[in-house]
Design a protein around this ligand. Structure first.
Ligand SMILES: [Zn+2]
Length: 441
């Protein structure tokens, strides 16, 4: 919990003009745009209250009196509001700089034009354990090609932020800055502008990286979306009304659709070892997009013995998955999380990586990958599914208690390795997802 005297533990950037929303909001400022009958800013304040963040700085500029007339001192909502009024537009980084005197040593930053249903305590505590100067909430989205992509190292530290448009030759994993941060005030020294305009996402984060500050990524499937255009506003409203934000919140266990990779999502080629060998099975993008829109998680679990064989190293595997993310992104689809087994039990091959040659708990039909996902993402097994083309996929799913669907692509269950009894057999991933989603409501 984040009580620190009178200092504000949350800063909400609420200065936006909302030019692109004008057709909906008229003269009112963007944070007052209604989502399900309430200003989006009110949703954010309620979110803070729910998680015990009760001292909030509102960084306002455009038509700020509309906001202060509505919220007053915040007492009707059970919070204490401090208004930081920008006389001239200084961008998000400038506004944050000017608000520093009222902010606590550690604080959250939320955007007043973004709908978020996020466990603020969870990211707050996580930030504390990382000892980072800044934590960025990251997630995959359905339009990575026109988003700023965040590149992480294996430990979850941010290496670089790649603004769009991206060079065609550079392909990244689909991991996007969702615009929710935890900052240490001391870590920001020298990275915010004392004068002039600057932007947190475009300037401050890069300044932190250039100074060698520790910036980490917090990856979560929770719902967070900006609603700065009429189209996005409609989408957010629909998602909230249809319960998508709630399903992703983690308040109740989440539903997942586990997907095998080779032969299920992409066309099977023996020992796929380079991104240019990757082709989506027709309908795979559409199927995964449907999973995304349903509020279920799309989780890939894949055996990749090519790592143990020495055919591909970890960097190469990352490049293959960046290409997979890119192809899916072109169809408005994304994978929430990908788990792989790099092992193989048999030794004695030229070029093999001996440390990966072992009997493990993660190679399907073992259920280690699925168990890890269940623990990481709070998944309810009995309402979740496994879709795969191999007998090992079905056995892995059945053993842990998932409902299983065998598809007719790839191996089509003809690998002869295990005896398995899928709950359903269908032609491909698209038919499998249709079957699952049609049974849900
Ligand atoms: Zn393994």
């Amino acid at each position: 919990m984040a009580l620190e005297g009178n200092a504000c533990t949350v800063a909400i950037l609420a200065g936006g003009m909302g030019t692109r929303l004008k057709s909906r909001t008229g003269a009112i400022p963007k944070p007052m745009a209604l989502v399900c009958g309430k200003p989006v800013l009110e949703h954010l304040i309620n979110l803070c209250v729910t998680h015990g963040f009760l001292t909030i700085a509102l960084l306002v500029h455009h038509e700020h009196q509309v906001i202060s007339d509505y919220f007053g001192d915040g007492s009707n909502w059970g919070v204490r509001l401090t208004y930081c009024i920008e006389q001239e537009a200084r961008g998000t980084a400038g506004a944050l700089n000017d608000a520093l005197p009222v902010l606590a040593e550690r604080f959250l930053v939320l955007y007043g034009d973004t709908y978020a249903d996020v466990d603020l305590n969870r990211i707050w505590s996580w930030h504390h354990t990382t000892k980072a100067d800044a934590t960025l909430f990251l997630h995959p989205n359905d339009h990575p090609a026109d988003s700023d992509i965040v590149e992480l190292d294996a430990d979850g530290s941010v290496i670089a932020i790649h603004p769009y448009p991206h060079e065609p030759s550079r392909v990244f994993r689909n991991l996007v800055n969702a615009a929710l941060y935890v900052f240490e005030k001391v870590g920001l020294v020298g990275s915010l502008p004392a004068a002039g305009k600057a932007d947190i996402a475009k300037h401050t984060l890069n300044a932190l990286l250039a100074k060698g500050r520790r910036v980490v990524g917090y990856i979560s499937p929770e719902y967070i979306k900006d609603m700065g255009t009429p189209d996005r506003l409609d989408k957010v409203e629909r998602d909230v009304r249809e319960g998508m934000a709630d399903r992703l919140s983690g308040r109740a266990p989440r539903t997942a659709i586990f997907l095998d990779r080779d032969g299920t999502i992409n066309v099977e080629v023996s020992h796929l070892s380079s991104p240019d060998q990757l082709t989506l099975i027709p309908g795979a993008g559409e199927a995964i997009r449907a999973i995304n829109r349903s509020g279920a998680l799309a989780v890939v679990v894949t055996n990749q013995p090519v790592l143990a064989r020495g055919d591909v190293d970890w960097r190469g595997m990352e490049a293959i998955h960046a290409q997979l993310d890119k192809l899916l992104g072109e169809e408005g689809a994304y994978i929430d999380r990908l788990y792989l087994c790099p092992h193989h039990p048999d030794t004695g091959f030229e070029g093999e990586v001996l440390s990966l040659k072992k009997i493990c708990e993660c190679r399907k039909p073992a259920s280690g990958l699925i168990e890890q996902a269940v623990a990481d993402l709070g998944i309810a097994i009995q309402q979740s599914w496994m879709i795969g083309d191999s007998t090992a996929d079905i056995v892995a799913g059945n053993n842990i208690g998932l409902q299983t669907i065998l598809v007719g692509t790839g191996n089509a269950g003809n690998d002869g390795k295990y005896t398995c009894k899928p709950d359903f057999v269908v032609s491909d991933i698209k038919a499998a997802v249709s079957k699952i989603l049609s049974r849900r409501d």
